[in-house]
Design a protein around this ligand. Structure first.
Ligand code: ATP
Ligand code: MG
Length: 423
């Protein structure tokens, strides 16, 4: 019996990995332009961090965590998301003591025990940003604009940006009562999860995907109906700033992010062409979270983007440029002396940043030439016994089928020259 990879995980192989690298490159570039610095936190954390930071009533903590005891009997969890860890790191490293706001981004694997299906994995990857220490609507606008600009650059089509305000604890308390009053007569008909939510977190019923619950919540009071003046003004300003930045968006009063610590702004980006799992990015403001993990009162906002889903959407709308650097020159050698000479050339060229290669399997001359063709190398550089004696390389242009001879002393310089011309 051969061993297989765990359910819901993937091997990202050459041929696909180039698209990941291209996406990562775009992300790093845009983060630099927007002034966001990278943070890398551990893949596992104390389980309590997520219980406190993500919230006990969420699906993530309730059902989806990879939690285990380590050999020292500590309960640890493979991170299901990045925000709680970033906030912990912010507090633990006293980043609040420096220049504010702190603008961070992260990229890496996340782990959730979910039923694997298209667009839903147990190990998946997120790119996310967090801004800590700034509470103005312009921060929310900057973060949403960053997502918008990234997607525009990537050439993603069929995007929808949904924004909402879930208010603050003050206006949410008013909403909670109104919503419970509205739902009370049909409480028994809600799905089992929503019956639980009725007391614990009724706002989330608005977000339930169950068709009966969706029918029952038609016309229910939304958080927008009960915003306090402060939250209302924040939302108004955000909308104006997004318009000023040229971001198209829709107000979606039913958008309720699943996490307990969200305040005011919530947003999501949906894409139309990748099937049921159409959310490629979700985020919002979490002004209560840093305190929740033991730090000073600190406003925060961020988002997380599912990289698998973005790549799936790109596959449909605009395949990323394949960044694979095709081999530039493949050395073909006949005989031991020639092989050594070729190896010297290859090593020198590589040190100068030129993609060069050489046979590693001791193949025949004919097989080596065939491999050069298959690898779609631009040139084959051939040295046999005769060339060795005459101290020359045959340089064959594999695209045009022409060949020339170069003295050893000139070959390296000539290849570097040709490579530069083609870049
Ligand atoms: P969903 O409603 O799809 O379960 P979520 O609300 O759990 O999403 P978030 O926790 O906000 O998602 O994570 C942000 C993004 O990460 C999502 O919009 C999605 O693109 C991606 N994502 C979440 N869970 C998975 C998963 N299991 N596999 C792949 N991508 C995921
Ligand atoms: Mg989920």
């Amino acid at each position: 019996m051969s061993i297989q990879r765990p359910k819901g995980t993937q091997d990202l192989l050459p041929g696909v990995i180039e698209k990941w690298q291209d996406l990562e490159q775009h992300i790093r570039t845009i983060c630099r332009e927007y002034g966001y610095e990278e943070i890398r936190t551990p893949i596992f954390e104390a389980t309590e961090l997520f219980q406190r930071g993500v919230g006990e009533t969420t699906d993530i903590v309730n059902k989806e965590m990879y939690t285990f005891l380590d050999k020292g009997d500590r309960s640890v969890t493979l991170r299901p998301e990045g925000t709680a860890s970033v906030c912990r790191a912010y507090v633990e490293n006293k980043l609040y003591g420096g220049q504010l706001p702190v603008k961070l981004f992260y990229m890496g694997p996340m782990f959730r025990y979910e039923r694997p299906q298209a667009g839903r994995f147990r190990q998946f990857h997120q790119f996310g940003v967090e801004v800590l220490g700034a509470d103005k609507p312009i921060v929310d606008a900057e973060v949403i604009t960053l997502v918008w600009d990234l997607y525009t650059r990537l050439g993603l089509k069929g995007l929808e940006v949904h924004v909402n305000s879930v208010g603050c604890p003050t206006c949410r308390a008013v909403h909670r009562t109104k919503l419970q009053e509205f739902l009370a007569p049909r409480r028994e008909q809600l799905c089992k999860d929503c019956q639980d939510r009725f007391e614990r977190n009724p706002m989330r019923i608005l977000d339930c995907k169950n068709p009966t619950c969706q029918e029952i919540t038609q016309g229910a009071p939304t958080t927008l109906d009960t915003l306090c003046p402060d939250c209302s003004e924040h939302f108004q300003e955000l909308k104006e700033l997004l318009t000023a930045a040229g971001v198209s968006f829709k107000v979606d009063p039913r958008l309720v992010r699943g996490l307990d610590y969200y305040r005011k702004t919530a947003f999501e980006v949906l894409v139309e062409n990748i099937g049921a799992q159409s959310a490629i990015c979700g985020g919002g403001r979490y002004d209560g979270l840093v305190e929740q993990v033991g730090g000073p009162q600190t406003p925060g906002i961020g988002f997380a983007m599912g990289m698998e889903r973005v790549l799936a959407a790109l596959q449909v709308s605009n395949p990323l440029n394949n960044l694979t650097k095709k081999e530039f020159v493949r050395f073909v050698a006949l005989g031991e002396e020639a092989q050594k000479k070729c190896f010297t050339f290859v090593s020198q060229l590589r040190r100068k940043g030129i993609p060069a290669s050489i046979d590693l399997l001791g193949r025949s001359l004919k097989a080596q030439l065939k491999t050069a063709d298959k690898a779609q190398a631009r040139y084959a550089a051939i040295i046999g016994e005769d060339e060795m004696n005459r101290q020359v390389v045959i340089l064959r242009d594999l695209t045009l089928g022409e060949q020339t001879e170069l003295p050893f002393a000139e070959a390296e310089e000539e290849l570097i020259q040709k490579y530069r011309e083609e870049q």
